[in-house]
Design a protein around this ligand. Sequence first.
Ligand code: HEC
Length: 240
Amino acid sequence: MKKLLQSCLLLLMPLGVFAGGGMDLDSADYDLSDTKSLENGAYLYVQYCLGCHSTKYIRYLNLADDFGIKQQEILEKVAPEGAGIYDKMLTAMNGHDAKKWFGTQPPDLSLIARSRGADWLYSYLKGFYIDPARPLGVNNAIYPDVGMPNPLWKLQGKQKAVYKTVDGQEVITELVTEERGTMSAEEFDKSVNDIVNFLVYAGEPIQLERISMGKYVLFFILIFGVIAYLLKKEYWKDIH
Ligand code: HEC
């Protein structure tokens, strides 16, 4: 029994190791029923991420249909200039150039919210800090030595890491503002949440349909329940 318990504990260990890296994850506060947030997230994604990343399973048309927004509005407010409503959300960046510039290709982000989770994404996008030792001058507290520059630095400003020594190793305890960006901390958190909301949607677009379908299903069950009850009363009337 003790052996079994020990093996179970061992199985749990990698979770702790992956969660490590000094800082805990912040909780994302996203809401898939908030179409304003989804639209803003898609807009920010096109502005700040599409330059390098694709979400190849989503077309601009899907955004209009799923968010309940006019196609024209998506083209004018969200899609990049010149994009058509049937176009997929593909980056214009060439993979060879990306490899030369960043040492690796930026991955497609269609399923990133499912593989990494919303809290991880939220913390990662907020986790960049100045590090002159890195080729791009920034590092990330959640994904150490990542090859991506901070795409949101103009909005967020620049952050500095605060360290403490644990068992002879330096770990980051928090990130503090070194240079202010164009947004306040609250505005920035909201914007990152909107991007995360969009990426959670992109990972499983059918979720939105399921949520609206759920209401009809509940309504049907209710009506059906009433009919079934009335029928039962009618049948049992003669038996009593
Ligand atoms: C200038 C190009 C560039 C821009 C702009 C950019 N990224 Fe990246 N991104 C990269 C590169 C390159 C990598 C791969 C880094 C690595 O593996 O070291 C990456 C990796 C990532 C990862 C980690 C994927 C994994 O391995 O789990 C996420 C998440 C991500 N980007 C999200 C975003 C989001 C969201 C935006 C917009 C707010 C964005 N990126 C903007 C270049 C970019």
